[in-house]
Design a protein around this ligand. Structure first.
Ligand SMILES: [Zn+2]
Length: 143
């Protein structure tokens, strides 16, 4: 488990670089499916999935770069890296596709698989699910 603020993760060279001019977040079939999964209700069936309120590609790209440039860096118990970025308002909701209804509002973005430019994608999460909330290096509060 590791939690770093964006500044400490950057100074350690842990943040990936993506060029805004050339990055496509729907460039592979895998990424396109993730984009659809997280912007359209009913894209998957019979499970809970998080859905962005804004369904276009432009806000999807904007959320990605916001998380990249300002998000905090996490490694979970299984060694999986992610970046999370908390927004002030709701960014999406959890969707119960079995009962066809929203469950709760999500207010943060999580970027995953960012070492692989054919797999990198992101989705809305609830900031209450991000823990703990201090940088391992500088002790700064991170969300
Ligand atoms: Zn730090």
């Amino acid at each position: 488990m590791k939690n770093l603020c964006n500044r400490c993760a950057s100074s350690k060279g842990l943040l990936p670089y993506y060029d805004p001019a050339t990055t496509s977040l729907t460039g592979s079939t895998y990424q396109f499916e993730k984009f659809i999964d997280h912007t359209r209700t009913g894209a998957r069936s019979g499970e809970v999935v998080s859905i962005y309120l804004e369904t276009g590609y432009e806000p999807y790209v904007k959320n990605f770069f916001s998380a990249l440039h300002s998000g905090s860096y996490h490694v979970d118990g299984k060694g999986r890296e992610s970046l999370s970025f908390v927004l002030s308002g709701g960014v999406g909701f959890s969707w119960d596709d079995v009962n066809k209804k929203p469950l709760y509002v999500e207010n943060a973005v999580r970027v995953v698989c960012f070492r692989d430019d054919a797999k990198v994608h992101h989705y809305p999460i609830a900031s209450s699910g991000i823990a703990p909330s201090f940088c391992d290096d500088c002790g700064r509060f991170i969300a």
